[in-house]
Design a protein around this ligand. Structure first.
Ligand code: PMP
Ligand code: GLN
Length: 384
């Protein structure tokens, strides 16, 4: 069928996300899929049992627009314990259909035509389209992945009356770098006395390595008062397909967030929310997640150690960047496709996280995998 008129695309330059493209190619070719970020191991049995029991008990209708109250209460307690931040579950916490919806809704609620939004590159792929579809203007700051991550003086020069929002992401996808307490204090200083809203994408809050501490903006009261903090249960409980996330924000910001949220999803899967509320009592799960993934990272890096790929240290997330400049000078998008088709390992080319042409030679590999999966991939990669 063909649409009979002409289409005025709101996102003329946007195609299908790299995650769908590379996972599709991995499926087609039978390659080991280390591209799109998702675990290939099971979720905790108890979480499945709890969800099942809530379904059987009849928790199958709409939950409140803000999210199931027990889950919001459990989150309020968790955040207070971890980050010493007090969020009111009635007015300052909302359950979302994953972090992607939370991010889109927050941008939709606050970014209007001509507003500028500062984002750091490489940038996770859902920020820019959400900004542009609302007529906002992304203002790009390049991060230094090999050293001092953010040059805050540079950021300061880009701030103007039109700056509506700054989006940060720590631990950072795709680089695996994390922001420091110093970064947070500089961000605080930079935004003081302005109307700028900070959106902090913290979906990997529990996946941080080598004794480092996650610097949630929630830890910093003078940042938290202007911040929308986004997280996702998918990363913490190995259940990315459940698409459940949450947002923390001061009441005034949350009011605006919910005005949009109620009309773009209204509410989220009910039995899963109740199950997660109960499961949140098991603190060990999220407190041990960093050590669990650190072991995965170390296994992957040990397996790959003998190859010609160069490892760029990963401080958090479940991603590892590998530099292939000793192997090939192909563009990363071409090399990632060839590696999938000819070698049998799918990865993500990092240039897709930049708005301008990028000549770096990095691929991103997901190590949220069974050891056998990583062994299979490494065997192939070692031949490169
Ligand atoms: N932000 C970042 C940095 C991510 O890596 C992801 C997903 N992997 C998301 C947001 C989206 O999370 P969700 O799957 O809960 O929508
Ligand atoms: N965030 C995941 C990644 O970085 C992908 C999620 C998605 O496919 N939208 O791989």
């Amino acid at each position: 069928m063909k649409f009979p008129g002409s289409i005025h695309s709101k996102l003329p330059k946007v195609g299908t996300t790299i995650f769908t493209v590379m996972s599709g190619l991995a499926r087609q070719t039978g390659a080991v899929n280390l591209s799109q970020g998702f675990p290939d191991f099971s979720i905790p049995d108890r979480l499945v049992e709890l969800t099942h029991s809530y379904m059987k008990k009849g928790f199958n209708q709409y939950s409140p627009m803000q999210g199931a109250l027990p889950l919001r209460e459990a989150l309020a307690q968790k955040v207070e314990k971890l980050y010493t931040a007090k969020y009111n579950p009635d007015t300052e916490i909302t359950i979302t259909a994953g972090a992607t919806q939370a991010i889109y809704t927050a941008i939709s609620a606050f970014v209007s035509e001509g507003d500028e939004v500062v984002i750091f590159e490489p940038a996770y792929d859902c920020y820019v389209p959400a900004i542009e579809v609302h007529g906002g203007i992304p203002v790009y700051v390049q991060m230094n992945l090999a050293g001092e991550l953010i040059d805050w003086e540079k950021v300061k020069k880009l701030i103007s009356q039109r700056t509506r929002m700054i989006i940060i992401n720590t631990p950072h996808n795709p680089s695996g770098r994390v922001m420091s307490a110093g970064d947070m204090l500089k961000l605080q200083k930079l935004t003081e006395g302005t109307d700028i809203i900070i959106m902090s994408d913290e979906v990997y809050e529990h996946i941080i390595f080598d004794g480092m501490e996650h610097q949630s903006v929630a830890r910093y009261p003078r940042l938290a008062e202007r911040a929308i903090v986004v997280s996702s249960f998918g990363k913490t409980y190995h259940n990315t397909g459940w698409k459940i996330g949450h947002v923390l924000a001061p009441e005034e910001l949350m009011k605006e967030f919910r005005k949009v949220h109620q009309f773009n999803v209204f509410s989220v899967n009910t039995p899963a929310q109740f199950a997660l509320a109960d499961f949140l009592e098991d603190k060990d799960h999220y407190l041990e997640l960093g050590a669990f993934y650190q072991e995965k990272r170390d296994t992957f890096n040990r397996l790959i150690g003998e190859s010609r790929f160069k490892i760029r240290p990963s401080e958090g997330t479940y991603f590892q960047l590998l530099d292939y400049s000793d192997i090939s000078d192909e563009k990363d998008t071409d090399y990632a496709i060839r590696l999938t088709k000819e070698v049998g390992v799918a990865s993500i080319p990092v240039s897709v996280f930049y708005h301008e042409k990028n000549e770096d030679r990095f691929l991103r590999f997901c190590f949220a995998k069974e050891d056998e999966t990583m062994e299979k991939a490494a065997e192939k990669l070692l031949k490169q």
